[in-house]
Design a protein around this ligand. Structure first.
Ligand SMILES: [Zn+2]
Length: 206
């Protein structure tokens, strides 16, 4: 049936991709677009009436969100960030002390494998150590991750690095500096980081 006179919403898609849908609670495809209302006469769009603000529409629940929702990392992205941060922290802990200790190197390899890099080996660790240029390696990933982790998740990351630092003996000054700086980057208070470091030391055999 031809509509003689009416109004129709037309959506123009400008962008698409994957996002974390707050409604579905998971990674979903989205389309970002602008809506516009048109006056239609005899089936033809004859006049634009109003333009709606752009919105991000979830492909599953079909709800629309502000574009700011795209700033939240997807679950997939968070997994990659966690893996990268764990790797950078493990390497950073070794650079701070214990680079030549087999026990410390084994602890670092184990930490990175547990974080999801199943094929990680001492050879890959050697390459990471060679490429390491300082704490800046971890800083960017830490910043990107910190806002999206619950406090337990932040403490866990510091704890993983602490276990690498402790694998060849008590904390060295440089190791402590590195771990305290990682805790601060992750948004832990000094007292919270101290507690994590004490707990990790308590778990190590004397
Ligand atoms: Zn959804």
């Amino acid at each position: 049936m031809v509509v003689i006179v009416g109004v129709r919403n037309v959506r123009t898609v400008l962008d698409d991709g994957e996002f974390h849908c707050p409604e579905c609670g998971g990674d979903r495809r989205y389309q970002y677009g602008l809506g516009r209302r048109y006056l239609i006469v005899l089936g033809l769009h004859v006049m634009p009436l109003s333009r709606a603000a752009g919105s991000v529409e979830c492909a599953v629940c079909r709800l629309g969100f502000d574009r700011g929702v795209l700033d939240v990392p997807t679950g997939r992205r968070l997994t990659v960030l966690l893996r990268d941060v764990t790797r950078a922290l493990a390497v950073g802990a070794l650079v701070a002390g214990g680079e030549s200790s087999p026990a410390a190197r084994a602890a670092a390899v184990c930490a990175v494998r547990d974080a999801g890099v199943a094929a990680y080996t001492d050879e890959l660790l050697a390459a990471d150590l060679y490429a390491h240029v300082g704490d800046d390696d971890a800083a960017e990933a830490l910043d990107a991750l910190a806002d999206h982790l619950v406090p337990e998740g932040r403490a866990r990351l510091v704890s993983v690095a602490a276990m690498v630092a402790l694998a060849d003996g008590p904390y060295r000054t440089l190791e402590l500096d590195m771990l305290l700086s990682a805790g601060a980057r992750l948004g832990l208070t000094r007292a919270e980081t101290d507690r994590v470091l004490d707990e990790a030391a308590g778990h190590m055999p004397l």
